[in-house]
Ligand binder design. Structure first.
Ligand code: PAF
Length: 283
């Protein structure tokens, strides 16, 4: 099996996965919404290194979009995606339709995200993380992976999924993977496809601000660093939605005291494209 093998029906993929299981293979899972870039490919490479059979899902999940325009404009390019995966062995693509992922007998039990979904992205995208945990849970039911790979560019998403795994006592191990960046520092994202060259250059203020914060954090409190960073960010062209320094577990805002692993999360509009990024500020 190579990355050209594409299943669209749940029954077919379940059969293929059962066969791999019967051969004693470990199962890795890389969930994506397609429009694959090097960041996704890095996740696939890691999964292929660590697992004997890897499933890559390509599914633009409608339940996690609170903005219909964003859902409509989300890039879809299955053929090109499959082409990017063709040289991998022991991988298959699962590109289902909505009714395969959300069947009428949907068994999703619901997850209490205990406030993790009320902050940062959650404040601006109500319902987003419920949509994410729902789709990821349903995929976990289909794929039954041993390991699932998620990029840390979506830092809050990783925290939310780890919370679901603990709360529902799922057997899968979540593997968070580092953010991949363009040489310029811009975090790789499928949304970058919608940026003009000028906007890509304007968007560098995100990485520049995050980098500057790491230095400032040596001497200043989280509040002071955040204030400095908002001023720096607002000297650029992007429209800031939020810039917060948070505890990496609770995602609660830090004010006067640092904690180990403190992370700064940013969301901003570059034209009408919404970008997010984050950086570890206190290792
Ligand atoms: O990170 C993404 O691309 C999506 O949120 C995910 C995890 C594939 C669920 O739709």
């Amino acid at each position: 099996m190579d990355g050209r093998t594409v299943f669209t029906s749940r029954q077919e993929i379940e059969l293929a996965i059962s066969a791999a299981r019967l051969q004693g293979k470990s199962i890795g899972f890389v969930p994506t919404m397609g429009a694959l870039h090097e960041g996704h490919i890095a996740l696939v490479k890691r999964a292929v290194l660590e697992c004997e059979y890897v499933v890559i899902s390509i599914f633009v999940n409608p339940t996690q979009f609170n903005n219909p325009k964003d859902l409509e404009l989300y890039p879809r390019m299955l053929e090109k995606d499959v082409d990017m995966l063709k040289d991998f062995n022991n991988v298959v693509v699962f590109a289902p339709t909505v009714d395969q992922v959300y069947p009428s007998n949907d068994s999703f039990p619901g997850v209490d995200l205990e406030g993790l979904d009320a902050v940062l992205e959650g404040e601006f995208r109500p319902g987003h993380f419920q949509g994410v945990v729902h789709v990821v849970y349903n995929f976990f039911q289909i794929v039954q992976p041993d390991f699932a790979y998620f990029g840390l560019k979506d830092f809050q998403q990783v925290a939310v999924i780890e919370h679901m795994v603990r709360q529902l006592e799922l057997k899968v191990k979540i593997i968070p993977c580092p953010t991949l960046r363009e040489k310029s520092g811009l975090a790789m994202s499928s949304r970058n496809l919608r940026l003009t060259e000028q906007q890509k250059s304007d968007a560098l203020i995100i990485h520049a601000t995050l980098n500057a914060m790491v230095q400032k954090a040596i001497e200043l409190t989280p509040n002071e660093v955040a204030e400095f960073a908002r001023d720096l960010f607002n000297s650029g062209q992007l429209k800031l939605e939020y810039l917060e320094i948070v505890d990496p577990h609770s995602l609660q805002k830090l004010s006067n005291q640092w904690v180990k692993g403190a992370v700064c999360c940013i969301a901003a509009f570059c034209g009408d494209v919404r970008l997010i990024d984050n950086m570890l500020i206190k290792p």
